[in-house]
Every structure is written in C-alpha cells, then in structure tokens.
Design a protein around this ligand. Structure first.
Ligand code: G3I
Length: 588
C-alpha cells in the first residue's frame, strides 16, 4: 500500500497541475503615463529624476508594462496598492511572488544593482541574497522571476516590489502571487525524512545547513514559516552555513557576536535537533583584523600571538556552547588540493595549505612550503577539547571523499593526530559532488579505513549537481550513510536550490519554491528502506545456549549503552534496535 502511495506521489510530481496563481498587476487597465509612487524604505528622499510609470512594452508588443528608472535612489521600489478587499493576510497565504523582468542595460560590474526586494507594507518579506542575484537573464529579453517569501503579520494595504538599484532602469510586468504544490505533506510526519531516520533507532542524524540568508529574512521564533517547517520537520540536525564562522562570531578582536548563532541553537533545541558547529579554524571568512589575505599572515603576528588569538576564539565559542553543540568542525580544509606524495619511509607526508594559521604558527607537521606548519591543527583540537570535553571534534575537508592523493593525505593526517593522542573523534567528508563524481566503492573504502582508526566519518556538506542521475546519486549516498556503522550523520549543504552556494547547479533536495524534488523522494525512499530492512530482521531463537541473566547492551552504532543490565530490563529501553549478546533485539 505504501509503495502505491509513493508511486502516486511521484506520478503527481511529474503530472502536477500548474501552481495556483492570483494575478495582481498586468498594467493593461492603466493609461500609458500613469505614475506609480516610488518608496524609499530607509526614509531617504527619492531623487526627482527617478520614476515608475506605465509604458509600452519595449519589445514592441501590444502590451503595457511598468517602466522604472532610478537615479541615485538606492533601496527604492514602486508601491502597489493591494486590490480592493484583498488583505495582507490573504497575500501571505501564497508562498511566492512571480513577475516578468526586462533589463535594457548591461549589468553593472558587481551586479549589486539587480537585487530583488519585496516588502508588504513596511515589512521586508524577501530580499535576494548573494550569490543568487547575478542570475538576471539575458539583456534585452523578458524573463520570469519567482521568489518564495516570508509571511508576516501586518494590516498593510500595499506592497513594494522592485530591484535594489542605485542607478538602474528596468521594466516589470505580470506581477502575481503563486501557491506552489510541494509534492508531499510535511505536516504528516510519515512523509518526512526525519521520521525514517529516527524510526531506525540507531542514533543517526540527517542534517541541513541553514542558509546565510536566513539571518536577514527568517524569524527563528516563527515556527509557522514554510522554510522553518521544511527544516525542522525533515531534519534532526542543523548547521549554520555561515553564521558560526570566524568573521561572523568574532568580527573584532575579543568582541563576540553570538546573537544569531544563539537564536539558531535555541531553534534547534526547541525542535529536538542536534547542532553541529562549523567551523573554528579555517583560512577563509576571517575578519580583516586576523588577516587581509587568506594565504598569509598579513599582519605579521608572532607565533605566540596567533596561538593566543586561536585559543581565545576557540575557548570562548566552545565554552559558550558547552553541552549544547554536540560536535565541531575544528579544522576546516587545511590540506592543499594538489598533494605531491603522501608516504615517506616511516613518516606521513601531506602538503598543508598556506594560511595565516599554517604560516604564522608554523611547526613541523606537513611537507608544504618550508614555512608552512601544522602546529595550529594539534593546538586547535586541544583548545576545543579543553573547552568542552564532551563535544566531538572533527577535521573537515573536500576532495577527500573517494580515491586519490588528497584522500590519502587526509587519512594520514587523521592517523597522525590519532597516533599522537590529539583529541579527534572523526573526519568530515564534505561531498560537494559534480554530476557523476560520486564513486560509491571509493567512498565506502574511505569511510571504512577511518573506522579502522577508531574515527567517525560524517557526510558534512552534501550537495550533488543536477543531472538525470541526481536522484539516484542521492539514493546511493543515503544507502551508504545508513549502512556504514561509523557514519552517524549526513548533512545537506542548504535547504533549497534558491539558497545554495552553487545556485546554478540546483544541487539540493528542494527547489526554489521548497517543493520536493525527485532527489528528496530518493533520499526518503532509501531511509524508509533502511527502516524496512531493520524490521525484516528475523527474530533470533533465544534457546540456543544458556543465557546469563545479565547482559551488555550496545546501540546499533556499536556503542555500549549499558553493562550488566538485567536481560528483561532491555524491553524497557527506548524504542529502537539494540545488540544484546551479539543479537539484534528490537524494542517497540
Ligand atoms: O555577509 C556578507 C554580506 O554582508 C554581503 O552583503 C554579501 C555580499 O557579497 O556577502 C556576504 O558574505 C557572503 C557569505 O557567504 C554570507 O552570505 C560571502 O560573500 C560569500 O562568499 C559566502 O559564501 C559562503 C562560502 O562558504 C564562503 O567560502 C557560502 O555561503 C557557504 O555555503 C560556503 O560554505 C563552505 C563551507 O563553509 C566549507 N566548505 C565549502 C563550502 C562551500 O564553499
């Protein structure tokens, strides 16, 4: 029956009716020359040379459109009254605003002048975020734009819609509201990803990175938002895509900014989600006071000073979240992409990336440039461990998921840390894959050899470029995640294709309208299969040998959770699968 329902959902995805639309403005009932008010949301006067006026379609069709010309009028948009009797609350029952855009000019160099914003009254409900706004279609042609917005409570009688432009000319037409078919119902928990992961009872987590744009548009206390619900109903782990990085948390020396990160941790706790911390020590997204160039120590800090900056940063953050952030990416992307060689006699070799940390702190670990050393790696792990001895600590990198020199270098680096008793619990494989790049045998081999070192392996930043195989590739990697015992978490790097850092690649599970893509159903199918496989484990006869009344109990991930427990007490453990006397026992 379930399979039939699933097929029906899939079928409906491909045959789905056009999204329901409410037309707002096509300008056909206006006289050419009718002016629309321009509104500056920052309260600055609008330049007298700026205007928004109904005009003929510049492509020569018999059609009326709105022509907007802004001259030094940053943050200024045309204002559109809501139709009579149509309230702001009704507006908010739709999820997206769509319109056609025509741009006669070449794009300005930095593309900054083409950022769409939508306000309902004085409340911003959408602002296009970097890196998506360069996607402005071809100059001199009409193209469609559609944006999912954040509903707000307001009694406003107008909305603003336009481009966050300085000196820019554009035309708009066919402004409408769109209600989108999601393809599944997240209010029914049995249709979500989280449900199947948790049913398996093996302590695994499926996670997601919350996009940096959340900071500007998502009220983390509003659990009714479509975006929030998509996240907390489908995932039981969350990572901040950018908001816990060095520049976000310590923008000025010893001046820590926890506001948004705290709100995200509160959000996660309210929804029973675990938090991964990303990331404590990286060469990128550093504030200028640390370095102006990511590959050097531009302020010429001494080794001692840099160690003290690193220690203070890690100590303050990890202590702040002690007991609340379960695991940290401590050192991120410290290896060079091109590794020369990786094994030399009794020593491990790897080329470390040049960064403020490797150059300024130095040390013997690593075989890169002679001035590049790895002492910062050992130190970062030790600082983090001292600040929260219960947090799990990870290396994280890309290009190390399959086979090859960098993958080997990653293994030897982790081995070096383990051999030297550095407190590391695992490694992250980012898994930003191009279409066809996933090598499942290579990935399994890589996961398993870290297991031999006693390390966990987490899929930390999964996204896979769109292709006709995208759904299959997501299914394959989800199967690997569920099958590999030392792979407790799989984290998607973003929610919807609209917010992805690889926007053109459409690499995630939800499209720009948060509708579920075939990739979502493939992941859910794989998770459901894992649950069905556990259910179908044949009960093991228990009269084969004399039984001790006391048993050690392990969870499905192989961690001991009780010693010498009375055998009958096992039945009172939380629902899940346990290993008792080497046999799988299911507690319902
Ligand atoms: O915060 C500024 C904002 O003030 C400014 O107006 C805007 C306009 O340029 O830029 C904003 O900063 C951007 C930041 O994301 C937050 O949105 C940066 O320019 C942009 O470069 C940055 O991109 C992030 C990237 O890391 C930086 O390297 C991506 O969102 C993020 O997905 C990506 O994530 C990394 C992982 O941390 C590590 N692994 C690779 C992965 C992909 O690159």
């Amino acid at each position: 029956m379930k399979k039939i329902c699933f097929l029906a959902v899939l079928l409906s995805l491909f045959t789905s009716l056009p999204a329901e639309e409410y037309p707002l403005y096509d300008f056909e009932n206006y006289e050419i020359g009718t002016e629309f008010l321009l509104k500056d949301v920052s309260g600055n006067p609008v330049s007298a040379k700026s205007y928004a006026v109904v005009a003929a379609d510049p492509t020569g069709k018999d059609n009326k459109v709105l022509h907007v010309l802004l001259v030094n009028s940053w943050n200024t948009y045309p204002e559109y009254p809501l139709p009579d009797g149509f309230t702001a609350a009704e507006f908010c029952t739709y999820q997206s605003v769509a319109f056609s855009l025509y741009r006669p000019q070449v794009l300005p160099k930095n593309n900054d002048n083409m950022q769409t914003a939508i306000y309902l009254g004085d409340k911003k409900i959408y602002q296009e975020e970097h890196p998506n706004y360069p996607d402005q279609g071809e100059r001199g042609k009409w193209h469609e734009k559609r944006y999912a917005f954040t509903p707000v409570e307001t009694e406003a009688s107008y909305f603003l819609l336009g481009l966050h432009a300085d000196t820019m000319e554009y035309y708009l037409d066919n402004i409408r509201l769109v209600r989108v078919e999601k393809g599944y119902d997240y209010t029914d928990e049995t249709q979500t990803l989280r449900y199947y992961v948790e049913q398996c009872g093996n302590g695994k987590h499926i996670g997601v990175a919350t996009p940096s744009s959340w900071k500007n548009v998502i009220d983390l206390n509003n659990d009714l938002l479509d975006m929030s619900q998509t996240v907390f109903r489908n995932f039981n782990m969350v990572v901040a895509e950018d908001d816990m990085k060095f520049d976000a948390i310590e923008p000025n020396r010893n001046d820590f900014n926890f506001g948004y990160a705290d709100a995200l941790v509160d959000f996660a706790e309210r929804h029973g989600m675990k938090v991964r911390g990303h990331t404590l020590c990286w060469h990128k997204q550093l504030p200028e006071w640390v370095t102006k160039n990511e590959d050097r120590n531009s302020h010429n800090y001494s080794r001692e000073e840099l160690l003290s900056i690193l220690r203070n940063h890690i100590d303050t953050i990890v202590s702040h979240y002690k007991g609340r952030i379960a695991e940290w990416d401590v050192v991120n992307e410290c290896l060079e992409d091109n590794q020369r060689s990786y094994y030399y006699g009794e020593s491990y070799m790897y080329d470390l990336r040049a960064s403020v940390w490797s150059k300024g702190i130095g040390g013997k670990l690593g075989w890169g440039d002679e001035n590049v050393g790895g002492d910062f790696i050992d130190s970062a792990f030790v600082y983090a461990h001292r600040a929260d001895p219960d947090a799990k600590l990870f290396l994280n990198d890309y290009g190390v998921e399959n086979r090859g020199r960098k993958a080997d270098a990653y293994y030897y680096l982790a081995k070096h840390l383990v051999d030297n008793n550095i407190p590391i619990h695992g490694v992250g494989l980012q898994c930003h894959f191009k279409a066809g790049e996933l090598d499942s045998a290579g990935l399994v081999r890589q996961i398993q050899r870290f297991q031999e070192l006693g390390l966990e392996v987490i899929i930390t930043e999964l996204d896979i470029a769109s292709s006709d195989k995208q759904a299959d590739e997501f299914r394959t990697i989800t199967n690997i995640f569920m099958e590999q015992k030392n792979c407790p978490n799989m984290v998607l790097w973003g929610v919807s294709d609209r917010d992805s850092w690889r926007s053109g690649a459409l690499p995630l599970l939800f499209d720009a309208d948060l509708a579920a893509k075939p990739a979502f159903f493939a992941v859910r199918d794989a998770l459901e299969k894992a649950w069905n496989d556990i259910l179908s484990v044949a009960p093991v006869p228990n009269d084969a040998r004399p039984q001790s009344p006391y048993v050690d109990v392990y969870n499905f991930a192989g961690q001991k959770i009780a010693s010498g427990m009375r055998r009958e007490s096992v039945n009172f453990l939380p629902t899940g699968i346990y290993i008792v006397d080497g046999e799988k026992i299911m507690v319902r």
